[in-house]
Design a protein around this ligand. Sequence first.
Ligand code: FAD
Length: 291
Amino acid sequence: MKLTELFRKDKLSLSFEVFPPKTDTAFKTVKTATEEIAKLHPSFMSVTYGAGGGTSRYTLDIAKNIKERYGVPTLAHLTCVSSTRETVREKIAQMREAGIDNVMALRGDIPSSLVASDRAGWDFHYAVDLINELKESGADFCIGGACYPEIHPESENQRQDILYLKEKVDAGCSFLTSQMFFDNNLFYNFMYKIREAGITVPIIPGIMPITNGNQVERAIKLSGSFVPQRFKSLVDKFGTTPAAMKQAGIAYATDQIIDLFANGITNVHVYSMNKPDVAAAIQSNLSDILG
Ligand code: FAD
């Protein structure tokens, strides 16, 4: 099923993100965790893609398994940076074969080991190139793209970032999922600007429950997200006490979701990071609101 057909306009709905194993030996553990999350029956589950190949084949294995065994619609991620056209076409063919309906088209992070001259011969430079390739493949995918309420770290300014975002939508993105943020006002501000720029597709905010103190620094470094004082105080207080930090992080994420819904956002994506207990706790905190 295409995700655009199931986005809710009236009630709150939650989707969860999982990631494939980084090693072959971890496959079974990851598969079990993703199945536990699927049993919560979220509106859909997204499965990330390990840029650069390696165990990337597991993205499709996991997405297919969740869809076929648990009936949960899935969104398979795909990155294109530094991949050849031939490799990308092969991946697209595999997606079609696996019955994937929804694809998250991403550029991927540029490996720091690559120098500028290496990039000249690439077939794909930006996510929009992948969206064009997906469209040209003739497959009837529902395509999603990434967006950044606090602008993409490589962008010079938000205006330009939003212009490029519009290009992705015009090329065929039917919805956008946002990078994590810890201050909802940044998301509301972003929504206002992108609607003003003529981007009308659904925007799904991405919420990351920070459940251990060590995760904070890494998550923020990767995303470049602003950390409000309220969140800093929470990490200062509970960061070294795992159970308390987990409870506080889940409560903070829950609070963000409630505020989003109260402000008219009905579809929220949770970066559940292969943690069924975290996904279940958020869902349970919202049980009466989810209805
Ligand atoms: P793009 O949309 O191509 O944008 C990248 C940069 O290039 C931006 O600064 C943009 O302004 C600029 N730009 C865009 N188009 C042009 C153009 N035509 N000319 C000049 N500049 C341009 N990474 C993974 O490896 N695997 C995943 O599964 C994954 N999932 C993600 C899911 C979400 C929701 C998000 C927000 C990110 C995800 N990422 C993932 C990380 C993502 O790959 C990185 O953030 C990457 O650096 C940018 O990808 P993009 O698709 O947003 O790139």
